[in-house]
Design a protein around this ligand. Structure first.
Ligand code: ADP
Length: 733
């Protein structure tokens, strides 16, 4: 009963039903730049407190941040999506609230992976930045409508003498969007005032411009989270620094800037738009159909001014538009409490100084991880930043864990490199230095040995940031553990080897038939040589010279048979075939020598012709010889029908482009029209043939990066078999 009364009092937040069950409804806030960037940080905090007031205790907020939106439009959605999926698991949030246009666009891009059934309430985006999100079902947009003309009209009303307007703006995509919009909208004031857009300058450069502007200048402070030097500035700290040095009155666009040094005017109503959004959130959480909720864009606020700034620049309150409210009014207590006032002035001065100092210190302290923080850490990325002047490395805890370094110890590149195995250090250091010199992103992969001796693989991406001069002032980046990936790569490599081995064993199964073929040749040679030797010995006077030659041939043929067996054995073992530079001419000649008896007995004449300076090829000598023997044997068999004097095999070799081409041409029966069928397994026209020799030869050639094909002879009958192999340069000496 109590709760009901309270709920009614607060404007009917029916979500309390859930709270009764003890489960608060979850609202996921997706920040565009990080939680602390203007103006969205205020939109978010107002929204949070407004919704908290409407639904006390029944809503739980979860924050996620896009971070990357302030960089060069790089859409790094993946880490955040992974993070969100991990955080919410099976139980999605009850409402998705992107804060600002970049976050809204993120939701639009990833709607189907981002809890597609959960309603979206896009907050803190302007009418001009309306993204196609609104066309999607389940989406409500709580927008604002910044009248850019109104901003300029206000300046000219309050400071009618204005001749120059200096506009400070950032360079993030969103900031550039607004710079363009302002340029366009304010074109019509050309002639009356001169515009100076300072986007692209660093904060320091902007400070020096506004510190000495020409007479009748004003400064307009736009959105600036990242300056032209790529440095990020949280909240309104850039504004505070600029106002502190500016020698011209300051104007701004957002309620969040009032009180920090701008004069005022009609401003972006952060609180009001957050209030409206919170009311819509209540309705959505209550289960109301998003299509039924239409919100009007909230216009700029009624005019509001800072009394202190009006005084400072001598602006009379009578010059302000009707309906203006003046804030920060300090009564003139000078006469009555002079001492107090002086003290207060000092305190105020100190306070301002202190605020500037605190903001700066805070920025510095957070710089290293502000850039990447949430999304990075959530997916196991460690964040680091190295000062190139002091060589000091600041790193997130996660990063120190990756490298097995103490949370408190002072880090330098040298200290970190101690963790890297000695043999990788030099290469790593060189890669880092090169990346820094070129000022580009670089990626390095290396190992790290932890205290307990375990090794892990790390991938680091870094980027150098230039300082004022041409030198690199600092580098920053992320690191991640890729040990698992490396392990899988190694495993895959091993599997690939095993597959290759299996393939070899399988083809050896096929090879057994033709192995007989291969071994028959040297064995036959041995036999006939031995028989000839015996005949010679039976003679009364043995011709020792001839006997020596015969025995020499036997030894050669035996070696050959032995090599075939060795090669087959090595083929059966896992591992790559031997690869060495092979001299084609010598290879063919050796084959000719090995087959001499065979060729002689068959009445076949072997002719050879080699181009001069033939480059070597890379390959396994024995395998290439096996291919040639096979082709020569086939040629011999194809010429059986020919007269003895017509049985000629011509082997030629030429270099062509990057290849060496060998052609084996016979004068046999020739080939059928479909020459490809010869290479199919079990195609044979021989009584005792197996029909696998050519297939195996082709496989061997392919494993050498070469080819094997056949053509019919252009004139006369016969076949030509062509081999091509990649040449090894330089030419064989
Ligand atoms: P096999 O010699 O056991 O038959 P191959 O695969 O080596 O197996 O050859 C397949 C077929 O290709 C042979 O049976 C033959 O018909 C044909 N062939 C191969 N080389 C020649 C050639 N030089 N001339 C004519 N036909 C050939």
């Amino acid at each position: 009963m109590w709760r009901l009364a309270l709920v009614l009092l607060l404007g009917g937040c029916a979500v309390s039903v859930d709270a009764k069950d003890g489960a608060a409804q979850k609202v996921l806030l997706i920040h565009s730049f990080g939680r602390d960037f203007a103006p969205f940080h205020l939109v978010a905090s107002h929204f949070r407190s407004e919704l908290g007031k409407l639904c006390p205790g029944t809503v739980e907020f979860v924050d996620a941040s896009l971070e990357m939106a302030r960089f060069d439009g790089v859409e790094k959605d993946e880490p955040l999506l992974t993070f969100l999926a991990a955080v919410f698991g099976e139980k999605p949030p009850d409402l998705l609230v992107p804060i600002g246009a970049p976050a809204a666009m993120f939701c639009h891009r990833n709607r189907d992976r981002l809890f597609s059934k959960v309603p979206i309430l896009a907050v803190g985006l302007d009418k001009r930045r309306s993204v196609p999100l609104v066309e999607m079902p389940g989406v409500v947009e709580a927008m604002t409508d910044i009248e850019l003309d109104g901003l300029m009209e206000n300046i000219l009303l309050v400071m009618p003498e204005t001749k120059h307007v200096y506009v400070t703006m950032g360079t993030a995509p969103l900031e550039q969007f607004w710079a363009m919009e302002l340029k366009r909208a304010w074109e019509r004031y050309e002639g009356r005032v001169e515009m100076h857009f300072l986007d692209g300058l660093s904060l320091a450069q902007m400070k020096s411009v506004v510190a000495s502007p020409p007479k009748d200048s004003v400064v307009f402070h736009g959105i600036m989270n990242r300056d032209g030097a790529g440095v990020t500035h949280e909240a309104e700290e850039a504004l505070v620094e600029l106002v502190a040095v500016a020698k011209a009155p300051s104007f701004g666009y957002s309620e969040g800037q009032l009180g920090l040094g701008i004069i005022g005017g009609r401003l972006l109503p952060l609180r009001e738009s957050a209030q409206r959004a919170a009311t819509a959130a209540v309705r959505l959480l209550d289960g109301e159909d998003p299509a039924a909720i239409q919100l009007e864009a909230v216009p700029l606020s009624a005019p509001v001014y800072d009394w202190r700034e009006l005084r400072r620049w001598g602006i009379a309150e009578s010059a302000l538009p009707a309906g203006s409210t003046v804030h920060h009014r300090v009564p003139t207590l000078w006469q009555a409490h002079r001492g107090w006032v002086v003290g207060a002035g000092v305190v105020a001065g100190l306070q301002t100084g202190l605020i500037v100092m605190l903001l700066t210190a805070r920025r510095r302290a957070r710089e290293s991880d502000a850039a990447f923080s949430l999304a990075a850490e959530s997916v196991g990325l460690g964040v680091w930043q190295r000062d190139m002047v002091t060589d000091e490395i600041k790193a997130s805890d996660q990063w120190r864990v990756l490298f097995g370094l103490n949370p408190s110890e002072r880090l330098t590149l040298g200290r970190v490199l101690e963790r890297v195995p000695v043999e990788e250090r030099e290469g790593l250091q060189r890669a880092i230095e090169m990346g820094n010199r070129q000022g580009q992103r670089y990626l390095v992969e290396h190992q790290v040995v932890l205290e307990d001796g375990t090794t892990r693989w790390i991938a680091s991406m870094g980027r150098a940031e230039k300082g004022k001069g041409s030198g690199v002032m600092k580098t920053r980046g992320v690191s991640m553990d890729i040990t698992e990936r490396k392990r899988m790569e190694a495993e895959l490599g091993q599997q690939r080897n095993q597959f290759a081995h299996l393939a070899r064993v399988a083809s050896l199964g096929e090879l057994t038939g033709s192995l007989a073929h291969e071994l028959n040749q040297p064995l036959g040679a041995i036999l006939s040589n031995a028989q000839t030797g015996l005949h010679l010995l039976n003679r009364p006077v043995a011709d020792l010279a001839e006997l020596r030659e015969i025995l020499g041939d036997i030894v050669e043929a035996d070696k050959r048979a032995g090599e075939v067996i060795v090669r087959v054995r090595s083929l059966l073992q896992a591992g790559e075939a031997e690869r060495a530079a092979v001299n084609v001419e010598a290879c063919v000649e050796e084959v000719g020598r090995l087959m001499r008896t065979d060729l002689h007995e068959r009445g076949v004449e072997l002719r050879t012709a080699f181009a001069r300076d033939l480059p070597a090829v890379r390959g396994d000598l024995v395998q290439l010889q096996q291919v040639m023997i096979n082709l020569l044997m086939n040629a011999c068999e194809a010429m059986v029908e020919r007269e003895v004097g017509e049985r000629v095999v011509l082997v030629t070799a030429v270099a062509e482009k990057d290849e060496v081409r060998v052609a084996i041409e016979d004068s046999g029966i020739g080939l059928p029209e479909d020459v490809e069928q010869l290479f199919r397994a079990f195609y044979t026209t021989k009584k005792t043939g197996l029909g696998i020799g050519l297939g195996i030869c082709r496989t061997i050639m392919q494993s050498h990066g070469g080819r094997l094909w056949a053509t019919r002879k252009e004139t006369g009958s016969g076949a030509v078999f062509h081999l091509s192999l990649p040449a090894v340069r330089p030419l064989t000496a």
